[in-house]
Design a protein around this ligand. Structure first.
Ligand code: CP3
Length: 356
């Protein structure tokens, strides 16, 4: 294996000393980049892009050519698992993801296809190994999955939802069915993430985009418990290096003390929580990732730089901070504003890492 030239991201995740705060962006490969839109047009559709290892590799590399990011993230989607389970994923322009079938009954659950990551999502593993080769050790590669709860929201609702009426009805009225579905998804996600590590992923992120729609008790029962189960089953090392795991629950700020005990090395924080307050809550149990409001990228470069400075100051001195947005970058952002964001982290963060 090629030696890793920049391991700042992996070191910060394990709260080891670094020269400056590492930075990457959720959804860093995406529609705000004209070159991404061109490659997607070449592929035909978003799903064709995900299924073509060379083109998925190309779009993964695009943000790295523009910005000195400290990590690459696999180009794929969290909804590949429900698609492989037979629900029929498709995207309608401007409407987000949709499924031809939903899971709302015992019969629907029994009708799901059997799943093995390496057989049924071989195209993702091909993308991982292709990207890893292309990166040539420049920066580490992040693999990812959705959390069981977040995947279940799409599978039960049939797409995006505002009120989660169908899945909450299932959770509250048919808890056994809900837990059977979440258990099946936890098995699939653990297998999927383990396969990504075998294919070359060097860190993992679990996206729990909709965990924050639950009550405090519901979050522990339906989301956190399953992420914990997955993490306990993942390989902890590959090629002699630790494989750190990031858990990101959007709107999970008030549950940070329990999230910090789920077994992940890093907890992602959205912009609604002050990162310094988050640090006091989790202490030295985990590193933190975040948390600039993605909409700040619509402001001027000067304003963006001020916000980066505020977040760095709030986190304070020492390792254990991975700079990121508080959620994925928005399609309409001017790519030059991302330069201002990344440059600000690179220029302003070293002083938080000097020995006192
Ligand atoms: O971070 C990265 O650069 C890696 C790529 C990535 C994508 N989706 C690419 C994508 C990752 C990590 C995801 C995760 C994902 N997908 C999540 C969890 C993270 C989050 O944002 O909360 C969720 C909920 C999904 C489901 C999904 N896929 C949605 C809601 C959408 C957007 C639909 C729309 O039209 O806005 C997608 C499509 C998608 N996934 C796009 C990209 C770049 C846009 C597709 C396009 O090119 O039109």
């Amino acid at each position: 294996m090629t030696e890793l030239k920049n391991d700042r991201f992996l070191r910060a995740m394990l709260r080891q000393p670094v020269d400056r705060t590492p930075v990457w962006m959720m959804r860093q490969a995406g529609r705000y980049l004209p070159e991404y839109r061109a490659t997607r047009a070449q592929a035909g559709s978003f799903l064709d892009l995900c299924k073509n290892a060379e083109l998925a590799c190309e779009v993964t590399m695009q943000p790295l050519r523009r910005y000195p990011m400290d990590a690459a993230i696999l180009f794929s989607d969290i909804l590949t698992i429900p698609d492989a389970l037979g629900l029929g994923l498709y995207f309608e322009e401007g409407e987000g993801p949709k499924f031809r079938k939903t899971v709302r009954s015992e019969a629907d659950l029994a009708g799901l296809a059997s799943f093995t990551a390496e057989d049924d999502l071989g195209y993702v593993m091909n993308a991982v190994s292709t990207i890893r080769k292309e990166l040539n050790g420049e920066v580490p590669l992040i693999g990812f999955s959705g959390s069981p709860w977040t995947l279940a929201t799409y599978m039960v609702e049939g797409g995006s939802s505002k009120d989660f009426a169908n899945i909450k009805t299932m959770a509250y009225d048919k808890p056994e069915l809900m837990h059977a579905l979440l258990g099946l998804l936890a098995d699939a996600v653990a297998d999927y993430l383990s396969a990504q590590v075998r294919a070359g992923a060097q860190a993992l992120q679990i996206f729990d985009t909709w965990g924050g729609a639950l009550s405090a008790a519901g979050y522990k029962e339906f989301s956190l418990k399953y992420m914990q189960r997955i993490i306990s089953r993942l390989p902890t090392e590959a090629d002699g290096r630790r494989i750190p795991v990031i858990v990101f629950t959007k709107n999970g700020g008030q549950w940070l003390p329990v999230i910090a005990d789920c077994g992940a090395q890093v907890v992602g924080v959205d912009w609604t929580t002050d990162i310094g307050a988050a640090r006091s809550l989790v202490g030295d149990r985990v590193a933190l990732q975040g948390n600039m409001d993605p909409s700040m990228l619509f402001a001027s470069p000067t304003r963006i730089r001020e916000e980066v400075a505020t977040i760095l100051e709030s986190y304070g001195h020492g390792s254990g901070h991975v700079f990121n947005l508080g959620h994925g970058i928005t399609p309409g952002v001017n790519p030059d504003n991302v330069t201002a964001f990344v440059d600000a982290v690179i220029e302003l963060s070293p002083r938080y890492h000097q020995a006192d």
